[in-house]
Design a protein around this ligand. Structure first.
Ligand SMILES: [Zn+2]
Length: 285
């Protein structure tokens, strides 16, 4: 992954490889240890008005000052472009464009061979969604429990059922409210599905199985569309104080399936409103 720094708001100053081939944390472990904000973004440290704001927990000793001078020299060439978002450019095996295939290959080369290609590489899933799903299976998306574990003091309560703590597996699989979305689609295809404890296991064991040609194709896209719609709704609730009903989220899921199915003509001859009205008939045709 090549990182192009612009506004510096999406890149971790200490722990991402954005300056040189190693992280700043690895090059300056003594300074990293003293930093109060180990998760800080570049923008947080390289502030617009006050220059560099490292927020060390104590005054530096002589050798630490030497390290700091060296680091500041490295940073000298960096000019943040605060008008534009940071960019991540995938650059593995000569592939400049981000593809899931190159992602998977890179991870496999790292000796991380317990990944299931079917899970990462599913036809017609937009790479943004598939990559997000993969991140979710690694428990690396910012659900409230993850933020709590990073020391951010937030009351952890699920945005849907508003009683259990939010974890990735609760949010996407086991919450009583988001479960209704799964149940709607599973029942529509007259399938029986016992949910696994974890998202990854759920995806790995999700197979096309029996059904019509269209039904099988829809079934394979389903967990991605459901999880993605839940996540977007979750963010709407968390950041925009908006709250759509379960029925509305179900319509969004159908919208994703309709869009993702265009290339394979899964819903050929149908308009989107057909999907909203006659879903059960459509998936059994
Ligand atoms: Zn819940």
């Amino acid at each position: 992954m090549k990182i192009n720094v612009n506004d510096g708001r999406s890149i971790h100053f200490w722990t991402d490889k954005w300056l040189g081939n190693t992280t700043i944390k690895d090059r300056y472990p003594n300074l990293y240890k003293l930093s109060r904000h180990k998760d800080a973004t570049i923008a947080k440290i390289m502030t617009e008005f006050t220059g560099l704001d490292f927020n060390f927990c104590r005054n530096l000793q002589r050798d630490e000052v030497r390290s700091l001078i060296q680091l500041v020299e490295e940073l000298d060439s960096i000019n943040l472009n605060r008008e534009e978002d940071d960019l991540m450019e995938w650059n593995v095996a000569g592939e400049k464009k981000f593809t899931l295939k190159s992602c998977y290959d890179a991870l496999s080369q790292d000796g991380n061979d317990n990944l299931d290609t079917d899970v990462i590489w599913r036809k017609n899933i937009p790479s943004k969604v598939a990559f997000w799903i993969w991140t979710a299976t690694q428990n690396a998306i910012p659900t409230l429990d993850v933020l709590n574990n990073r020391g951010i003091p937030i009351i952890n309560r699920c945005w849907f059922c508003k009683c259990k703590a939010e974890t990735i597996n609760h949010l996407l699989l086991h919450c009583t409210v988001t479960s209704q979305i799964w149940e709607y689609f599973i029942q529509a295809q007259k399938r029986i599905w016992v949910k696994n404890e974890s998202l990854l296991k759920n995806l790995v064991e999700w197979r096309s199985g029996q059904g019509t040609h269209r039904g099988k194709k829809v079934w394979l896209l389903l967990p991605y569309a459901i999880c993605w719609a839940i996540w977007l709704e979750r963010n709407d609730r968390a950041f925009n104080s908006a709250e759509n009903s379960v029925d509305n989220v179900i319509i969004k899921v159908k919208g994703f399936l309709y869009m993702w199915g265009l290339k394979d003509k899964i819903f050929e001859g149908l308009v989107f409103s057909d999907l909203c009205r006659n879903w059960v008939d459509i998936v059994s045709m």
